[in-house]
Design a binder for this molecule. Structure first.
Ligand code: GLP
Length: 240
């Protein structure tokens, strides 16, 4: 794992954004795994600025998001589909057919997991962008998820729902389940870029980087991958 410590969130976003922009320039038809949550917002903002400056294009890119809440229609302001449009897709030249997120608007969630998983197998990811949950989750792979898991329907822990409550009016409105890529899907990406900011992430970042490899800390599985870059600000790096 290559760990890059930067001063603050602004520098973190520019460093991560630059890595993605470099990939877009060297391989315009790449497959990008994308993440949601508060942390990637600055990275997406950076990419939008590079696009507006005419420095990058997403016209040939295919994107695959890590996860999507169940129990919310795609039109809900807090669905990850909406999040991605609001913060990246509607501001750049990506082709809508090339945008992929798990579809949770269906009675047969297992079939949706299977079709998303098949899509991931058909299109190997050049780079997977990740955040990290304060309990060490990646995507929505919560502690205890077997490392060989592929796309699945998962129940969110109370901790994750509480952490994500800030995006909703009340805890009751936070979905209880989601469809997520499995750890195995994430590890199949050619390269992985994980970003973490703020002191609330210091403990899980330390466990991911130097703790034992254990299913209790899903992000520790990244120690098994040969090309992982972790970008952290000083607050998130405090326990390294
Ligand atoms: C959610 C997402 C994760 C993300 C995590 C951390 O649970 N499913 O992909 O990494 O939140 O989010 P934040 O960046 O807001 O701390």
């Amino acid at each position: 794992m290559k760990v890059i410590t930067v001063r603050d969130y602004t520098e973190l976003s520019a460093t991560a954004g630059q890595m993605i922009a470099d990939l877009l320039r060297s391989k315009p038809a790449c497959a990008l795994g994308l993440a949601t949550g508060g942390t990637p917002l600055g990275t997406y903002q950076y990419l939008v600025e590079r696009y507006r400056a005419g420095e990058i294009s997403l016209q040939q890119v295919q994107t695959f998001n890590l996860d999507e809440y169940c129990e919310l229609p795609r039109s809900h302001p807090q669905s990850y589909y909406q999040f991605m449009y609001d913060n990246l897709f509607r501001h750049v030249d990506i082709v809508p057919e090339n945008i992929h997120l798990p579809c949770t608007d269906s009675a047969d969630l297992q079939a949706q997991c299977d079709s998303y998983n098949a899509l991931l197998h058909a299109t190997p990811l050049d780079l997977q962008l990740l955040g990290i949950g304060s309990n060490g989750h990646i995507g929505f792979c919560e502690p205890g998820t077997p490392f060989d898991r592929e796309t699945f329907h998962t129940r969110l822990t109370d901790k994750t729902r509480q952490d994500n409550q800030r995006f909703f009016d009340s805890l009751d409105e936070v979905p209880t389940t989601a469809i997520t890529m499995g750890i195995s899907n994430i590890l199949q990406a050619r390269a992985i870029l994980l970003i973490a900011s703020g002191e609330a992430k210091a403990e899980c970042v330390a466990q991911m980087v130097k703790g034992p490899i254990t299913e209790q800390v899903p992000a520790s599985a990244l120690q098994l991958h040969a090309d992982v870059t972790v970008i952290v600000d000083e607050a998130a790096a405090a326990l390294l």
